[in-house]
Design a protein around this ligand. Sequence first.
Ligand code: HEC
Ligand code: HEC
Length: 324
Amino acid sequence: MEVPRRKKKRLYLVLLVIITLFVGLQFFNQPIIGKPVTGTIEAPREVTAILERSCYSCHSNEQQLSWFEQVAPVSWLVKKDVDRAREVMNFSEWGALSPAEHQGKMYAILNMVQAGKMPLPAYTLLHPAAKISEDDIAVIKAYTLSLSKDEANKTAVTLVEQPEVIPDRLPDTLPISANGVKYTDAFKDWKVISMSTLFDHSIRVIYGNDIAVKAVEEEKFHPWPDGSVVVKAVWEQVEGADGEIRAGKFINAQFMEKNAEKYKDTEGWGFAKFSGQKLIPTGKTALFAQQSCIACHRQLAASTGYLFDVPLKINRKGLIQKNN
Ligand code: HEC
Ligand code: HEC
C-alpha cells in the first residue's frame, strides 16, 4: 500500500523537527570538565586493573566515554552521574586520603561490588565489559583484608614501656560527650581486642567490655547487643634510638557505645572522642557524630555492624582455618 503523499510529507516534517531539536540540544550540551590527576590510587596491579576497567569512567578524572554518552540528552545524565561519583570517591584524587580513609573506602568498594550495586547496572548494560566477576570480587576482598592485616602484623611491636597514663579522674568529674556518651576509665581493665601502629605514627589499642567481647567470641554482632562498648585509645608512637617502638604521649580515647534507642540518630551507636590529658570531648552538639564519625563507620554497617577491627580478626581466623 502506498503512503499517501500528504502523510509522507508530514512524516518528513516530524523527522526534521526531531533532528533540529536534537541538533539544537547540542548547544546546551555540558561537557564533563576535565580535571588533573593529582594522585591516583596505589594498590597492586590486579586491583587497579579492575577499578580502571569498571569504575574509572565515573570515579576518576580519566573518563573514556562512548560517543553516545557525549551527545545530549544522554550526556546530561552521564554528567550528573560522573559529577556525583567523583564527589563521593575519586581514584584520581586518592592521594588526599589518609590510610584510614583509604581502608574505609576499600571496604565501601568491597561492599558495593559484593552487593552488585556498583558499577551502576544501567552502565554495565551499555558497557558489558565493565561487569564485575566473582574473581574480581575475590581480588578486591583479598586486598581489602590485607590492609588491616598489614596493621595487625605490625602489632608484633609490643608496648615495651608504660605509655603515658590515661588520666585518672574522680568519678564525678568524668566528661560526657554532647550526645550523652560518658567517659569511663574502666576500659583500662577490659580485654584488648586489637592493637596496631599506623603510618601516622600512632599506637592504637582497642578494648572491648564484656558484652562486646562475648559478642565477638560468639560472632553475634548482627546487630551488636545493647551495652557493647568498644574503646580505641591512641598514643603517639615514639621510636627509640634502637629502633624500638613504644607508646608516648596520650592523644585520645574514642568510644563507641551500642544503644539502639538512645543513639537512634547515629544508627544505634554512640560515638565520642575525649582528647588530651583533660579528656576534652569532641563536638559542641550531638551533631558531631553524624558529621565526623559515622561516615566512615557506616561503610561497614552491613559487613561488621560498624566496627573496623573486631570482626575482621574473626573473619581472618575463619579464612586461615579454611585455607589449612
Ligand atoms: C556510571 C557511573 C558509575 C560507575 C561506572 C561506578 N560508579 Fe560508583 N557511584 C556512582 C554514583 C553516581 C555514586 C553516588 C551515588 C549516591 O549519590 O549516593 C557512586 C557511589 C559509589 C560508592 C559510595 C562512595 C561513598 O563513599 O559514599 C562506592 C564505594 C562506589 N560508587 C564504588 C564503585 C566501584 C567500586 C565501581 C567499579 C566497580 C563503581 N563505583 C563504578 C557512579 C558510578
Ligand atoms: C576517616 C574515617 C573514620 C572516621 C571519620 C572515624 N573513624 Fe573510627 N575508625 C576508623 C578506622 C579505619 C578504624 C580502625 C583502624 C584503627 O584502629 O584506627 C576505626 C576505629 C575506631 C574505633 C575502634 C573500633 C573499630 O571500629 O575498630 C572506635 C571506637 C572509633 N573508630 C571511634 C570513632 C569516633 C568516636 C569517631 C568520630 C569522632 C570516628 N571513629 C571517626 C575510621 C574512621
